[in-house]
Every structure is written in C-alpha cells, then in structure tokens.
Write a protein that binds this ligand. Structure first.
Ligand SMILES: Nc1ncnc2c1ncn2[C@@H]1O[C@H](COP(=O)(O)OP(=O)(O)OP(=O)(O)O)[C@@H](O)[C@H]1O
Ligand SMILES: [Mg+2]
Length: 145
C-alpha cells in the first residue's frame, strides 16, 4: 500500500488511518520500521502516530538519547509507544543497552524504529515496514509493506 502526503495535517490523517488498520502482534511487541533518507519524515510519522494514539506530551527525536518511551492509554491495546533512532548505531549488538530482547517480548510495546538498516542483524521481521520518500515539492510517498 502506498499513499502521498503533502502536509503535516495530511500526515496526521494518514497516521490515524494506519492506526485503525494496524493489527497488534499476539505474542510479542509490534515492531514498525521506518526507512528513508535524512529528513524523509520518519520522526514526523512517529509524532503523528503518537498523537493518534493519544500521547499528549511532545514527541521529539531520540537521535541523541537512542530511545524514548511514552505511556499509551489502555484503550489502545498497547501500554507503551517506544521510539528508537538507530541512526548512530553500527550493528544490532548496540541495541542491547536498551534491553532489546526483553522489549521485543512484551506485547504491550508498540515500537517505532528509525534506521532499521543499521541494526538489521538484531531485528525480527517487522509487523509493518514503512518507507518514506520525499519529493521536490515537499510531499512524501509513504509505502507500507
Ligand atoms: N509528510 C510531510 N509533509 C510535509 N513536511 C514533512 C512531512 N514529513 C516530514 N516533514 C518535515 O520534514 C522535516 C524532517 O522530518 P523528520 O525529522 O521527521 O525526518 P526524519 O526522517 O526523522 O529525519 P532523520 O533521518 O534526521 O531522523 C521536518 O521539518 C518535518 O516537518
Ligand atoms: Mg528522525
């Protein structure tokens, strides 16, 4: 599935539609990978999705802290939204500091992971792989696989 979004309000509607069709994993965390070049909109998608899930605190890029955890309302079916940015990591081994194996076991976790290519040796098949492609006019093509 592929959609084009031109503005942040567009992206927020896109994230709401994504939330509505997302099927949580039954026996492990739900892992969503976000691929795309620098500035493609990976963090923006995560912000829009967090808003859709009812996160009221501001969602900022975890580039320097590696991981940010947000509590989700029980009605969402998840307990936590975990936003990870692997931009500065060299391999999956470096995810261990987060307790990655334990994080992935917890079905209450909704994980959004930027730069999955950097840590692919530690990743199971994602629940959804998202690719963002920016265009010259500022719009983005979002592909779900
Ligand atoms: N769908 C969109 N429509 C319009 N502007 C967007 C869209 N997505 C992102 N932007 C804008 O693009 C800029 C970069 O986006 P963002 O920080 O989300 O990219 P990123 O992929 O997370 O980058 P990085 O690789 O540095 O982490 C932001 O200023 C954001 O407002
Ligand atoms: Mg980012």
């Amino acid at each position: 599935m592929q959609n084009v979004v031109a503005t942040i309000p567009d992206l927020e509607r896109e994230a709401e539609a994504f939330m509505a069709r997302l099927a949580p994993e039954a026996n492990r965390a739900t892992l969503i990978t976000l691929s795309g070049e620098l500035g493609a909109g990976k963090t923006s998608f995560t912000k829009a999705l967090a808003k859709a899930y009812g996160v009221s605190e501001s969602v900022t890029s975890p580039t320097f802290v590696l991981e940010k955890v947000y509590a989700l309302p029980a009605a969402t079916g998840f307990a936590h939204l975990i936003h990870i940015d692997a931009y500065r990591l060299k391999n999956g081994e470096e995810l261990k500091v987060l307790g990655w194996v334990e994080i992935m076991k917890e079905k209450g976790n909704l994980i959004l992971l930027e730069w999955p290519e950097n840590v692919k040796d530690a990743l199971p098949a994602p629940s959804v792989a998202i690719r963002l492609e920016p265009h010259a006019d500022g719009s983005r093509t979002i592909t779900y696989a």
